[in-house]
Design a protein around this ligand. Structure first.
Ligand code: NAP
Length: 486
C-alpha cells in the first residue's frame, strides 16, 4: 500500500468517507517545507452530531460483542498499524515535522496501546459481593460507559489517538474523535486501517475541523446527551473550557493537560547521566512534549560542570533540519505562534539577567525552525517558569538546598511530569515523596509514555489515567445489582 492510499482527505463517519455538509475544507501545511500536505473537511456542529448519532447507534451492538471478539479486531488493527508503520511515520513527519526516526518510535508506541488494551478487554471482571441479608445476591457489573468523545493534540498525533481510542473500543465503547487542525491525517489513516481490521460502521468516527471551528465541534461533543465520556489531551486552558461545557450534561472526564516539569540535578548526581537525560527530555520532539523538562534546577556545586557538559552535548547531538533528513534530531516548531512564544521566553530571560550560551534565534533554515537554545543564570521568577515553553530552549536555575529545589518544583499549578537526579539514597526517597507530580523520573530523563505505566497528572495537569492496568476503568461504569426473593 502506498502512502497515498492511507492519506485520506475525507472524514470517517459511520463507516463512510464523507465531506462536510457545506463542502468546506481546510489545508494542512508541512511545517518543515511550507508545502501543502492535503486538505480535509472543515466540519461543524451538524456534522459532529451526525457522527455522535452514528456512534450511539453502533454502541447498542458493539457493547454486546464479547471481549474476545473485540480483542480479535483490535489485534488485527495493531498488526495493520505495524505492517504500515513506515507509511504512517511518513504521514506523521509530513504533517508535524517530527524527525522520521521519532515518528517511527511513535507508531510503535501507539500500536502498543492497541495491543495492550486488546488483552485488557478480556480481564474486565466485576464482583460478587457478600450479602447483608438472606435471600439476596449482590453484584458489581462493569459495563462500557457509552459513546466517548475525544479531542487530541498535534504533538503526538498518532499515539494520542490509539492511546484513547484503543482502550475505549476495548471496553465496548464507541468513539467520536476530533484531531488537531495541524495533524488530521494520522487520525484518518488509523480509520482506514480500523476499517480493514473490521470495526463495524459507527464504532470509530473521526471528525476534522479547522481551529476556527474547534470550539463548535468541542461544544457539540461536550453538550450532547448521547456522549457519556470525554477524553481530552491538550492545554489546560482548553481542558477547563471543556470541563465547564460538559457539566451541563454531567459526563465522565479524562483530561491530560499541560505540564511544567521540574528537572532537578543534586550535587550527588552522576553528571553525565543527568546531562544525557536532559538532552532527551528537553529536546525530543523539538521540546514539544507535555513531559518536556521546563524548569531546570541544578545545585550550586554541580552547576558549572553541568552547564559546560550540556553545551558540549547540545553542539554534538542536536542537528536542526527537515524530519526526512537522516541526521536531523530537531525538527521545526509546529507554527509561527510557537516561534513567537519561545522568542518571548528568551527575551524575558535575557532582559532579567539570563546569559545566552547557545542559540537564541530563528534558525537560518527559515520557516518555523528554531536554534536549540541554552541560557544560564536563570531564575524562578522568569516567564518560562510560569508557562510551558514547548520549544527547544533550556534555561538553567542554580539552587542551594534540597528544600529550596522542592519548593520551586512544587510552586506551580501544574503537576504532570517531574525529574530529579541524585545518588544519595535517602534523598531519593525523600524527594520522590515530596514532588507533587503524576509521573516522576528518578535518574531517568527518557520517561516514555509506555503502555505499562500509568500516565496522568495532578493539580491542573489533569484528571484520570491513560495506559496501564488502570486505564480501562475510565471507560467502564460499575452497576450495583441486587437480586432479591431468592
Ligand atoms: P490545545 O490548543 O488545547 O489543542 C488541543 C486540541 O484541542 C486540538 O485538537 C485543538 O484543536 C482542540 N481545541 C482547541 N480549542 C478548543 C475548544 N475551544 N473546544 C474544543 N477543542 C478545542 O493544545 P495544543 O497547544 O495544541 O497542545 C499542546 C498542549 O497539550 C500543551 O499544553 C501540552 O502540554 C498538552 N499535552 C498534554 C499531554 C498530556 O498527556 N498531559 C500530551 C500532549 C500534549 P485545534 O488544533 O484546531 O486548535
Amino acid at each position: 500500500m502506498s502512502v497515498s492510499s492511507l492519506l485520506k482527505n475525507k472524514c470517517y463517519v459511520n463507516g463512510k468517507w464523507i465531506s462536510a455538509k457545506d463542502r468546506t475544507v481546510f489545508v494542512v501545511i508541512n511545517p518543515s517545507t511550507g508545502e501543502i500536505v492535503g486538505e480535509v473537511p472543515d466540519m461543524i456542529e451538524g456534522d459532529t452530531n451526525e457522527a455522535i448519532a452514528a456512534a450511539d447507534a453502533a454502541f447498542q451492538t458493539w457493547r454486546q460483542t464479547t471481549a474476545k471478539e473485540r480483542c480479535q479486531i483490535l489485534h488485527k488493527w495493531h498488526d495493520l498499524i505495524l505492517k504500515h508503520k513506515e507509511e504512517l511515520a511518513v504521514i506523521l513527519t509530513k504533517e508535524m515535522g517530527k524527525p522520521l526516526k521519532q515518528s517511527m518510535l511513535e507508531i510503535d508506541n501507539g500500536a502498543s496501546f492497541v495491543d495492550w488494551f486488546a488483552e485488557e478487554a478480556r480481564r474486565v471482571c466485576g464482583d460478587v459481593i457478600t450479602t447483608p441479608a438472606k435471600g439476596r445476591k449482590l453484584f458489581a457489573f462493569k459495563q462500557p460507559i457509552g459513546v466517548a468523545g475525544m479531542i487530541t493534540p498535534w504533538n503526538v498525533p498518532h499515539a494520542m489517538v490509539t492511546r484513547k481510542a484503543g482502550v475505549a473500543l476495548a471496553a465496548g465503547c464507541t468513539v467520536v474523535l476530533k484531531p488537531a487542525e495541524d495533524t488530521p491525517f494520522s487520525a484518518l489513516a488509523l480509520c482506514e486501517l480500523g476499517e480493514q481490521a473490521g470495526f463495524p460502521p459507527g464504532v470509530l468516527n473521526v471528525v476534522t475541523c479547522s481551529r476556527q471551528n474547534a470550539a463548535k465541534v468541542g461544544n457539540a461533543i461536550c453538550t450532547s446527551p448521547l456522549v457519556a465520556k470525554i477524553s481530552f489531551t491538550g492545554s489546560t486552558a482548553v481542558g477547563k473550557i471543556l470541563l465547564k461545557t460538559g457539566a451541563s450534561t454531567v459526563k465522565k472526564f479524562s483530561l491530560e493537560l499541560g505540564g511544567n516539569a521540574p528537572f532537578i540535578v543534586f550535587d550527588s548526581a552522576d553528571v553525565d547521566r543527568a546531562v544525557a537525560g536532559l538532552i532527551v527530555c528537553k529536546f525530543r520532539n523539538s521540546g514539544q512534549t507535555c513531559i518536556s523538562a521546563n524548569r531546570i534546577l541544578v545545585q550550586e556545586k554541580m552547576y558549572d560542570s553541568f552547564v559546560e557538559k550540556v553545551v558540549a552535548a547540545m553542539k554534538e547531538q542536536l542537528h536542526v533540519g527537515d524530519g526526512f533528513d537522516a541526521k536531523c534530531t530537531v525538527g521545526p516548531l509546529i507554527n509561527q505562534r510557537a516561534v513567537e512564544k519561545v522568542e518571548n521566553h528568551i527575551k524575558n530571560a535575557l532582559s532579567n539577567g539570563g546569559k545566552l550560551l547557545l542559540g537564541g534565534k530563528r534558525h537560518k533554515l527559515g520557516g518555523t525552525f528554531f536554534e536549540p537554545t541554552l541560557i544560564s543564570n536563570a531564575t524562578a521568577d522568569m516567564l518560562f517558569c510560569t508557562e510551558e515553553t514547548f520549544a527547544p530552549m533550556a534555561a538553567i536555575i542554580k539552587f542551594k538546598t534540597e528544600e529550596e529545589a522542592t519548593r520551586i518544583a512544587n510552586d506551580t499549578r501544574s503537576g504532570l511530569a517531574g525529574y530529579f537526579y541524585s545518588n544519595d539514597h535517602q534523598q531519593i526517597w525523600r524527594v520522590a515523596d515530596k514532588i507533587n507530580v503524576g509521573i516522576l523520573g528518578v535518574n531517568e530523563g527518557a520517561l516514555v509514555a509506555c503502555v505499562e505505566g500509568p500516565f496522568g497528572g495532578v493539580k491542573e495537569s489533569g484528571i484520570g489515567i491513560e495506559g496501564s492496568k488502570y486505564g480501562i476503568e475510565e471507560y467502564l461504569h460499575i452497576k450495583y445489582v441486587c437480586i432479591g426473593g431468592l
